[in-house]
Ligand binder design. Structure first.
Ligand code: A2P
Length: 345
C-alpha cells in the first residue's frame, strides 16, 4: 500500500517543524504533499531532502489520494477544509481549536490517552490539544494516576511562537525598535509602548508581559484560559475537574512554561511526586528548566517541585515544554503514528 500524507499550513511555524520531524521520525509515507494559502502556492520547500511544490488549499483536487492530512493552518481553515479532506478519504489530525471539544472527535496527548484511538475516529478527525494544555498534561496525568487529581490552578508564561510565525515576527520587530533605548523603557514605558505597533498580541510584548490571549468571556476569562480548563477535563477524563487558569504571553520566542498548584485526594510530597514524574514517558525533571534552554527539545520538563506550604494534599511545580514540538508538531506526528500503527491510515 502507498501512503500520502498532506501537511496543511506547511509554510507556517508548526508546518516547518512538521516537515523537519517527518524526516527525523521516518513516518511511513510515500508522498508528502505540502499545502498552504494561494500566496504560497508554487513555491518549493524541502522535505525529506526533496523539493516539493506547495499547493493551494483552495485547489479542488488537493486532497485526492491523501491518506492522512495534518492541519496547522488555523481554526477557520480546519472548520471548512477538514471535512472536505475526510470526504476525499483522508484521516485528519487537526492542530487548531476547531474540533477539540466535539464529542465525536478524540482529543489526544499520546502519552496520556492514545487508547481512545483503538476505535477508528468516528468523524475521521483527531484533535491535537492547545499547546499550553499539552505542556500541563504529562505531569498532571502522572500525578493523577498516583495521587488522584482533584483540581489545579495554572498560570502560564507563553511564548510569542504560540501565535505562529507572525507572533514571533511581531515580538522581534518590537524588540529591535526598543533595544537601544533603555532610558525610555525605564522612564516612560507608556511612550515606549506607543512607539511600537501590535496586531497579533493584545499589547506590546517586547520588554513586557501580556495577560490576555483571545476574547474575554462574560466572566472575564479568555479563550485561551477556557481551553486549559475544557481540554484538560476531556484529556484526563475528569468531567468536572476544577481548573483556575490564567494565561500570560511573555517575550520568549519558543517554549511555554506553566506554574501549577495541583490538589489531590491523597497526601503528596515533592519527593514522592518526583519519583512518579521521572517514571513517566517523555517527561524529565531538572532543577531549573527555563523555556529558552529547553526550546528544540521534544520532552516536557518539570522543575521546582515543592510541597505546598499549607496543604499536605497539594503540590507546586513548574513545567516547561516546546510549544511548537510536543505542544504542536510532535504530538501531531505521534497521533499520526498511532493511527498508522492501528491500521486506521
Ligand atoms: P501561507 O504561508 O501561505 O499564508 P503560522 O501559524 O505560522 O502563522 O502559519 C499559518 C499557516 O497557515 C501557513 O502555512 C499559512 O500559509 C497557512 N494559511 C493561512 N491562511 C491560509 C488560507 N486561507 N488557506 C490556506 N492556508 C492558509
Amino acid at each position: 500500500m502507498t501512503r500520502t500524507v498532506a501537511i496543511v499550513g506547511a509554510t507556517g511555524a508548526v508546518g516547518r517543524e512538521l516537515r523537519r520531524l517527518l524526516a527525523e521520525r521516518d513516518l511511513p509515507a510515500d508522498e508528502i504533499r505540502l499545502v498552504a494559502s494561494e500566496r504560497s502556492a508554487g513555491t518549493e520547500l524541502t522535505v525529506r531532502g526533496e523539493q516539493v511544490t506547495v499547493r493551494a488549499l483552495s485547489d479542488p483536487d488537493v486532497f485526492e489520494g491523501v491518506d492522512l492530512a495534518l492541519f496547522s493552518a488555523g481554526g477557520g481553515r480546519s472548520k471548512e477544509y477538514a471535512p472536505q479532506a475526510v470526504d476525499a478519504g483522508a484521516l485528519v489530525v487537526d492542530n487548531s481549536s476547531a474540533w477539540r471539544l466535539d464529542p465525536q472527535v478524540p482529543l489526544v496527548v499520546t502519552e496520556v490517552n492514545a487508547g481512545v484511538l483503538d476505535q477508528r475516529p468516528p468523524r475521521g478527525i483527531v484533535a491535537n490539544p492547545n499547546c499550553t494544555t499539552m505542556v500541563a498534561m504529562l505531569p498532571l496525568k502522572a500525578l493523577h494516576d498516583a495521587f488522584g487529581l482533584t483540581g489545579f490552578t495554572a498560570t502560564s508564561f507563553q511564548a510569542a511562537g504560540g501565535a505562529g510565525q507572525k507572533g514571533i515576527d511581531e515580538l522581534m520587530t518590537q524588540a529591535r525598535e526598543l533595544i537601544d533605548d533603555p532610558e525610555l523603557l525605564r522612564s516612560d514605558g507608556a511612550a515606549a509602548a506607543k512607539r511600537v505597533s501590535h496586531e497579533v498580541h493584545a499589547a506590546p510584548l517586547a520588554f513586557n508581559v501580556v495577560p490576555k490571549m483571545g476574547e474575554v468571556d462574560e466572566r472575564g476569562y479568555t479563550d485561551e484560559e477556557m481551553k486549559l480548563q475544557n481540554e484538560s477535563r476531556k484529556i484526563l477524563g475528569i468531567a468536572d475537574l476544577p481548573v483556575t487558569p490564567t494565561c500570560v504571553r511573555v517575550p520568549v520566542v519558543v517554549g511555554h512554561a506553566i506554574q501549577v498548584r495541583a490538589t489531590f485526594s491523597r497526601e503528596v510530597t515533592a519527593s514522592a511526586a518526583l519519583e512518579v514524574l521521572e517514571a513517566f514517558p517523555n517527561l524529565l525533571t531538572d532543577e531549573l528548566p527555563t523555556p529558552l534552554e529547553w526550546a528544540g527539545r521534544s520532552e516536557t520538563v518539570v522543575g521546582r517541585v515543592r510541597d505546598d506550604l499549607v496543604d499536605p494534599q497539594a503540590l507546586n511545580l513548574w513545567v516547561t515544554g516546546d510549544n511548537l514540538l510536543k505542544g504542536a508538531a510532535l504530538n501531531t506526528l505521534q497521533i499520526a503514528e498511532e493511527l498508522i500503527a492501528r491500521g486506521h491510515a
